[in-house]
Design a protein around this ligand. Structure first.
Ligand SMILES: Nc1nc2c(c(=O)[nH]1)N[C@H]1C(S)=C(S)[C@@H](COP(=O)(O)O)O[C@H]1N2
Ligand SMILES: [Mo]
Length: 335
């Protein structure tokens, strides 16, 4: 299992950290970018042509670009090979823009993520509407290279940039009534064609939730960027959840509302099909989806030279860190 984070900072002393961190950061990004140019052309493109994302003007305000580019190398990063940028930004699930993998990158160029406000309410002492800038002010931004395992049995390795969710949530001072946190994605049909589609599979806004101890776990992350740049709309600009030990659909995008509450929220996918999608949705190779096995996954890019299939790990390989959260729970029932 990946003892994440180890090794990358081990050999550095205090004085070296700042420079070397920046260097390692850049090197990772440069390396990965080179790789993606090489791989982008001919792997999965045979079956699913991937367009390089058109990013002009879509990468957030200058203050956010600066914040993201100054990210330090965080703990908990895997050293596995990064998924090329083209895949991370061209093969997406974001049903608000449509249900095919290319819809989010192709149909989100008109999506406006600046300015951005988030409403915080419920069982907490600090409530109200907050500007993204105020939410990010003073946050120490770091890079976290995490595996992302989609419930559809494919996976990626993504260099996120952001900060632990607990640092955001604790600012609002949740009360003892706050046993769950509910998150909502923006509802904006004028810019999100999937929301008004007759064929929409989900009710919008997209809702997700975590138990408070899950939300406060150090691995639960808020991403504002990836590959050294602010998030593109298809990845959930300007900020999204990343919960690496759970199936990808828990990691909801473009957050506009956070509610602390006593009762477990009903999530979008549970409401759509509660037999197939549960509240916890921890990655679990032993519990099949009713329509397919979860024992293995296809690590993207996969294609002409093999499917790049690998075993799926319990909790997506983060079991050492998170399994204690579920002690005594039957994870077949609480899927
Ligand atoms: N609002 C919203 N968030 C969402 C989704 C969605 O359709 N709408 N799809 C989820 C799914 S199924 C996955 S696998 C991840 C994909 O994230 P990525 O496209 O940035 O890789 O986003 C998740 N977050
Ligand atoms: Mo997913």
């Amino acid at each position: 299992m990946n003892k994440v984070g180890k090794g990358r900072l081990q050999t550095l002393n205090e004085n070296e950290v700042t420079n070397k961190t920046a260097y390692l950061n850049r090197r990772q990004i440069i390396k990965a970018a080179g790789l993606s140019t090489f791989l982008g052309g001919f792997t999965e493109s045979a079956a699913q042509p991937l367009k390089v994302a058109d990013t002009a003007g879509a990468r957030g305000p200058p203050w956010l670009r600066k914040l993201v580019s100054d990210a330090s190398v965080g703990r908990f990063s895997t050293t596995e090979k990064l998924t090329p940028f083209e895949y991370v930004t061209g093969y997406n699930n974001f049903y608000e823009f449509g249900s095919s993998k290319s819809d989010p990158s192709e149909k989100s160029s008109g999506f406006v993520s600046d300015p951005w406000r988030i409403e915080v309410k419920g069982a907490c002492e600090v409530t109200g509407q907050f500007h993204l800038e105020d939410i990010l002010r003073g946050q120490e931004i770091e890079e976290r290279i995490y595996r992302l395992r989609c419930v559809e049995a494919w996976s990626m390795v993504i260099p996120w940039i952001g900060f632990p969710l607990n640092r955001l949530l604790s600012r609002f001072k949740p009360t003892s009534q706050a046993r769950y946190v509910k998150f909502e994605t923006v509802y904006r049909p004028s810019q999100m064609p999937g929301q008004s589609s007759f064929f929409a599979t989900l009710d919008y806004p997209y809702v997700e939730g975590l138990r408070i101890d899950e939300a406060m776990h150090e691995l639960a992350f808020i991403a504002v960027g990836l590959y050294g740049e602010p998030l593109l709309p298809q990845n959930g600009a300007p900020l999204r959840l990343v919960v690496p030990w759970k199936y990808g659909f828990k990691s909801l995008k473009s957050i506009v509302k956070i509610t602390f509450q006593k009762h477990r929220p009903q999530t979008s996918w549970q409401l759509a099909n509660s037999k197939e999608y549960g509240f916890f949705s921890n990655v679990n190779p032993d519990v099949s989806h009713p329509r397919w096995s979860q024992a293995t996954e296809r690590r993207l890019p996969s294609g002409l030279f093999g499917s790049n299939r690998m075993d799926t790990l319990p909790f997506n390989g983060y079991g050492d860190e998170v399994s204690h959260l579920y002690k005594g729970m039957n994870l077949r029932i609480h899927y």
